[in-house]
Each structure stands twice: as structure tokens, then as C-alpha cells.
Design a protein around this ligand. Structure first.
Ligand code: ADP
Ligand code: ZN
Ligand code: ZN
Length: 692
């Protein structure tokens, strides 16, 4: 479409018969890119509904939901898949004896009916290497016919029988296989949830249906993905960040045309179109990564429910630590709970202890009993996970002479010291500077790292256990491609005694020889202004604890704390997550907090705080006219300054999501017209998960 002086890619979403605009003002479409609609009506309506619900511009929502090549104007056409085969001439060809490459490729072609791109890659060749052979007429290129008839799905048998609880869960799922029914698969870590997914998926594949599996982060769950590949001989599309735009578009089109049986991906995979979707599975449904925290701020978990309902298909949400929302949905009868209460196979639940570190001397953050515990486990040849959810060397740098602190000048936060890079790094705005040699305020050279990050913890533990291998798993140590995979294999092969890790290691991994989980510092998570912090901490600790003792040997979890009597810590280990979450739900109910009410957070920012405050005040004045709505604020954001912007918030609450939607639909056009709106950037977060 012509747009001002530019030409932009646009989506036609509606036709109208009449308009009051003058005819000269109407422009015609320059070029129609696709000859067929990009999606079926049902999917289109789903995306439109999402845009409406999250109060986000429809064009941006389409851009977020479609493969990027489409948004750039590429036609939605499946690239033909090529393969190569030997010609009759090729069968009797006699290449020169010094043409080594040609000889090997010819013999490869003789061994295989079809040479495919993956086969070439496996032998370290590219399609370009075939050129000389094609020029001689020995090999010809052919196009693979892709159609749904050629789809074959083969299911390999499971290595074991399901246990009673798994059997019951599956019976429930099977009884609702062709209707909308959300299931909460509430199973402790290692209870065999994945096995339930696999069998539920198998049933749908056998019926010729497609399946969508959403996972928190593909790189972190390679083992789950591997298990899928081992169980199904089928077209499985894994949508991961390492794909090219072209590959992404092709996978999107293949799913749409029914050429793919299983799509595995992170939150944005939810918007994949399908020809015949029969089931949605969400693994680790409580995970925060299902909520997009910027731009189009949607919750893939919540939208998956809407999609399943539109398509009238079942949806399984699994977790060892279900979210409050899902527990609430069970309570109101919307979800059906399927419980797996015991670890599958032989694994037993871990034993837990809290170490009171008040007034105890800590050796760089580590108490004596903790050290002894680590010692006793590694002495037996077992592995320990030492958990600290803070990467870098130290969360701050302090001048010993004048008290200067290395703060980010663009955010209200300290800068983290990364020793390997010799840099200060702000984890909030990504600003990086070299560590100064002298204090910028008094020129002293006494700059001390304060506090403990994973980098420093690794150093401390290597000093305490010099003969042992200590490895670190955090975002910094796994930045390179495949490094996570390599580390996981290293741990599994027993080439590490102590693993220092952040929450990256909290989920999905199965290390049979890991018997001790030590939590170094959880105190910071126990006290927070955000009411969701309790839920998150309980989930995190339960998930981390779940890494211990997944094999034959019983596991143990120990936690150091200055607040050993904190109800969260005490309850978590005297009760289980299920009981604790019942209490948390009751607290939410008493305080009328979500999921017992609905919230919307409005954020605004500008170069000075008065601007967003003024805009949000104007907005509050408009919204205060609606008696069903409680308006809190405006107030400066908990982190007022971030990336150089001054930020403020307005919190809206109503009894239910519907009334909040109606009010927003009625009031937002007026809000947008406020003069104060022109001097701020602002956004709406429906069902917010974080208040920062
Ligand atoms: P979760 O997904 O709940 O963490 P998994 O499905 O990964 O649990 O199962 C944990 C381990 O127990 C895996 O090694 C799996 O192969 C095994 N397992 C699952 N179900 C059974 C079963 N019925 N009998 C024996 N082993 C099982
Ligand atoms: Zn100083
Ligand atoms: Zn910063």
C-alpha cells in the first residue's frame, strides 16, 4: 500500500461497502501479495480477539503473529524441497581418478535413492558441491511432492507400563479427546508428566490430528524434545531461535497445510496455523516466559485456552508447581485436575533442611554445615547443584575509602561486576562499561566487589574443593550455540562434581547422579512488594529441589537463610506445594487479588517524571467515573528510572476481566485524545505478571 511517501506491507482485514471519505483520499492497493487468505477465518478471528483483549493495535499483533518474511512482503508459498538422484548416465559414469569429491558423491548417490539436503550436510557437503556432477548429466535435481497423503506417523512403543495415576490421568484425557476440556496435569517433578503428554499426543496423531506443544524455552528443555523425537517417527517442527526466516516461514506453511504433525515451540508458536489441530499441551504452565513482557503483552497460556475453546479441542497444562490462576480454574470447575503424586520409577522425594545462618561465620557466603554437606555428597561420587539466582561476579562494586557505589546512570540500580569481562554491566538496560581502575569520586584504588554472584561462587567453591570440578551454568556461560547442550552432556557423563547454576537449571533437566541441591541465598526473594513474589519463590524452590535425587539415590535439599522461621520456608518443607498454594489462594481471596479479581497495569514514561504522572492522572480522572473500577495511582514505578526514562504506573482493578474490558473499550478513545498523552510513551498490560 502507498503510505505517505513510502510503500508498506498491509493486511486486508475487512471490506466495507460505503465510506464518507472523499474519493480522492482513497488509495488503491499497489500489489496483492497473496492469492489466498493468509489464514482461515477461525484463526483470523482468534488473532483479532487477542488484539482486542490485550488492547494492542491489530497491525502490530499481526506482525507479532506472522513469520517475519510475510510481514516483509514475501508471498506465503512453501519453497519446494529439492532432492537429487542418479541419472542413467550417472549409473555408468566414470569420473577421473583424481576427482575425489565427485567419486564420493557418486557413490553416495548409488547408496541412496535420494540425496537430500540433510544427507549432504551429514557428509559435510552442500548442494553446491553437486554442480559439477549435474553439469555432466550424472545427477539430476527433483522436487519433492509435499502432500498430506505422504505424511506417515509411526509411534514407537514406550519402554514401560504407565502407573496407576498416569493410567487414570490418561483415561480422563481420552474420554474428552474430541471436545474442549482444559486439564491441569498437577504432578510433582519426575512423576511422569511427559509420559502422559507423549501418550495423549500419540492418540491424536493416530486419529490423523496435529498437536501443538508449548515449552518455556527450547534451549533449556533439549531432553524433552529428544524424547519426542525418540518416540515418534513423524514430521516434528521445532521452532527455535536458531532458525532462518525462510525456515520459519516454511514450518509455518507446513503446519498450515497439515504437513507437520507436531509443532514444538515457545510462546509465539501459539500463533502457528494448523489444518487439523487436535490437542494443545503446555509444559511448565506456571512459567513466566509464557507472558510476553513488551510490545504485544499477551499470555500464551491464557490465549491457548481461548484457541482450544474456539477449536473445541482438549488442552493439557502440566506443572509440578501450578500457577494460582490454574489452581483457581480447578476450584471453579473450569479445569479438570489430574494428579500424579509420586515420582515415577524408583526416585524418592528429596529430604530437606534449612540452615540458620544468623550470627554464623560465612566463608564467602558459604556456611560450615553447607560446606560439610557438599563434601559428604561429592565424597560419595555424587553431584551437587549449588543454586544462586544472580549471575556475574558481584552484584555491586563499593569504594572502601569513600563509599562510592557503582550505580547505573540510566537506571535506579547497581551495576553488576563481571570479572571475566572486567566489566560493569547493568542487567536492566544492558549498559556496559569497563571497571574503573580508580574510584571516580575519590581516586582510591580500593574498589571492593560486594555480594555474591555465580561467577564468584564458582571461584569460592573451586578454592574450597580444589580437587573437584566446578562448572557454572548461567546465561553468560551458555551464550555460545550448543554450549548448554555440551554442559548438560558433561554433567550427565559425570565430568562435573559441583554445578553452580541459576534458574536456567531449575527446570526440565534430569541428572540421575545429582543428589544435593544447596540454595545459597534466597532471603532477597522472601520480602518483596509484589504479591506474586511468594508464588514465584515457592515455585522456584520446589522446581530446584526437584533436581535432587532423580535417580536411585535419595536426594537432599538444603537452604541457607537468615530467616529460617519465615512461613514460606517453613511451610514449603513441612507441607508440600499443593498445600502451600491452597493457603496462597486463600490469601489472595481474602485480599481480593487476582485470580479473584482482574487487573490492568498502565505504564507511561518520559524524560521527566512529571509527564507520565500528569498523563496517568488525566487517565485516572476519566476512569474514576466507572464505579466498578478501582484505580490505584498514579505512582512512580518501583524502578522509577530505567534506561534513562522516568516511569510511572496506574493500576486498575475490577471484579472480573469482562467488566475491565468493557470499561477500557469505552474509555480508551477518550484517553488517547488527552493532550498529556502526546508527551509520553505509554502501554497497557492486561493481566500483568510483573510490576516493574
Ligand atoms: P516429569 O515430566 O513429571 O518430570 P518424566 O515423564 O520426565 O516426569 O518422568 C521422570 C522419569 O521417570 C523419566 O526418566 C521417565 O522415563 C520415567 N518414567 C515415567 N513414567 C514411568 C513409569 N510409568 N514407569 C517407570 N518409569 C517411568
Ligand atoms: Zn572512593
Ligand atoms: Zn541501567
Amino acid at each position: 500500500m502507498p503510505f505517505g511517501r513510502q510503500k508498506l506491507v498491509a493486511y486486508v482485514i475487512e471490506f466495507i461497502e460505503h465510506t464518507d471519505l472523499e474519493i480522492q483520499k482513497i488509495k488503491s492497493i499497489t500489489k496483492v501479495i497473496d492469492q489466498e487468505p493468509l489464514m482461515e477465518l477461525n484463526h483470523f478471528n482468534f488473532i483479532k480477539w487477542s488484539a482486542q483483549y490485550y488492547q494492542h493495535p491489530i497491525g502490530e499483533v499481526f506482525n507479532a503473529c506472522l513469520p517475519s518474511l510475510i510481514t516483509k512482503g514475501e508471498a506465503a508459498e512453501l519453497a519446494p524441497e529439492l532432492y537429487w538422484k542418479l541419472t542413467d548416465e550417472g549409473k555408468i559414469a566414470e569420473p577421473k581418478s583424481n576427482a575425489v569429491k565427485q567419486i564420493t558423491l557418486l557413490s553416495l548417490a548409488k547408496q541412496h535413492q535420494a540425496i537430500t539436503a540433510p544427507l549432504l550436510k551429514e557428509h559435510q557437503y552442500t548442494p553446491g558441491d553437486l554442480k559439477p556432477l549435474m553439469n555432466k548429466g550424472w545427477i539430476e535435481a527433483c522436487q519433492k511432492q509435499l502432500n498430506t497423503d505422504s505424511i506417515s506417523v509411526n509411534l514407537l512403543p514406550s519402554p514401560f507400563e504407565v502407573n496407576k495415576e498416569q493410567h487414570q490421568a490418561l483415561a480422563q484425557i481420552f474420554s474428552k479427546k474430541e471436545q474442549f476440556q482444559p486439564f491441569l496435569l498437577d504432578g510433582v517433578t519426575s512423576s511422569g508428566k511427559t509420559e502422559v503428554y507423549l501418550r495423549a499426543i500419540a492418540q491424536q496423531l493416530e486419529a490423523g490430528k496435529q498437536v501443538l506443544l508449548l515449552v518455556p524455552e527450547i534451549g533449556l528443555t533439549p531432553q524433552t524434545v529428544q524424547r519426542f523425537q525418540q518416540r515418534f517417527i513423524a514430521n516434528i517442527a521445532m521452532l527455535h531461535s536458531g532458525m532462518t526466516d525462510k525456515q520459519r516461514l516454511n514450518e509455518w506453511l507446513k503446519a498450515k497445510q497439515g504437513l507437520t504433525s507436531i509443532v514444538i515451540g515457545t510462546r509465539s508458536a501459539l500463533f502457528t496455523p494448523f489444518k487439523n489441530l487436535g490437542l494443545i499441551v503446555i509444559d511448565e504452565e506456571h512459567d513466566l516466559s509464557f507472558k510476553q513482557q513488551e510490545g504485544f503483552r499477551y499470555s500464551a497460556r491464557d490465549l491457548a485456552l481461548v484457541r482450544a475453546q474456539n477449536l473445541n479441542i482438549p488442552i493439557i497444562m502440566g506443572s509440578a508447581t501450578p500457577s494460582m490462576e490454574s489452581q483457581f480454574n480447578v476450584e471453579t470447575g473450569r479445569f479438570e485436575r489430574l494428579t500424579l503424586s509420586r515420582r515415577a520409577g524408583n526416585a524418592k522425594p528429596p529430604h530437606s533442611k534449612i540452615f540458620d545462618v544468623r550470627q554464623r561465620s560465612l566463608q564467602e557466603g558459604i556456611s560450615k554445615p553447607l560446606k560439610e554437606h557438599i563434601e559428604s555428597h561429592i565424597a560419595k561420587g555424587q553431584q551437587c547443584l549449588v543454586f544462586l539466582n544472580r549471575r556475574g561476579y558481584a552484584p555491586s562494586i563499593l569504594c572502601h575509602d569513600c563509599g562510592w557505589l557503582a550505580e547505573c546512570n540510566r537506571c535506579d540500580r547497581n551495576m553488576t561486576y563481571h570479572q571475566q569481562l572486567k566489566r560493569l554491566h547493568c542487567h536492566h538496560c544492558d549498559r556496559q562499561v569497563f571497571l574503573p581502575k580508580q574510584c571516580p569520586s575519590c581516586q582510591s584504588e580500593q574498589l571492593l566487589p560486594i555480594g555474591l554472584g555465580t561467577e564468584r561462587l564458582q571461584e569460592v567453591l573451586s578454592k574450597l574443593f580444589p580437587s573437584k570440578t566446578v562448572i557454572r551454568v548461567d546465561r553468560d556461560s551458555t551464550r555460545r550455540k550448543d554450549s548448554m547442550q555440551n554442559i548438560v552432556e558433561q554433567i550427565k557423563a559425570g565430568e562435573a562434581d559441583i554445578i553452580v547454576g541459576t534458574q536456567m537449571l531449575a527446570k526440565g533437566h534430569h541428572f540421575p547422579n545429582l543428589t544435593l541441591v544447596a540454595v545459597i541465598d534466597i532471603d532477597g526473594c522472601l520480602f518483596s512488594a509484589d504479591y506474586r513474589a511468594t508464588e514465584r519463590t515457592a515455585q522456584l524452590l520446589t522446581q530446584v529441589a526437584g533436581r535432587a535425587g532423580r535417580g536411585e539415590t535419595k536426594g537432599e535439599i538444603v537452604i541457607q537463610s537468615h530467616h529460617p522461621d519465615h512461613p514460606l520456608l517453613v511451610n514449603l518443607f513441612t507441607q508440600n506445594y499443593q498445600q502451600l498454594s491452597q493457603q496462597m489462594l486463600e490469601e489472595r481471596k481474602a485480599a481480593n487479588l487476582p485470580p479473584y479479581s482482574a487487573q490492568v497495569l498502565v505504564r507511561a514514561d518520559a524524560n521527566v517524571i512529571s509527564k507520565p504522572m500528569a498523563f496517568l492522572q488525566d487517565m485516572a480522572n476519566i476512569l474514576n467515573q466507572y464505579s466498578q473500577l478501582s484505580v490505584f495511582g498514579p505512582y512512580p514505578a518501583p524502578m522509577m528510572k530505567r534506561a534513562g526514562k522516568m516511569r510511572a504506573q496506574l493500576l486498575l482493578q475490577a471484579d472480573d476481566k469482562k467488566s475491565i474490558q468493557q470499561i477500557l473499550n469505552a474509555a480508551l478513545p477518550l484517553v488517547e485524545k488527552q493532550k498529556s498523552a502526546n508527551s509520553v510513551r505509554w502501554s497497557i498490560d492486561v493481566d500483568p505478571q510483573e510490576v516493574f
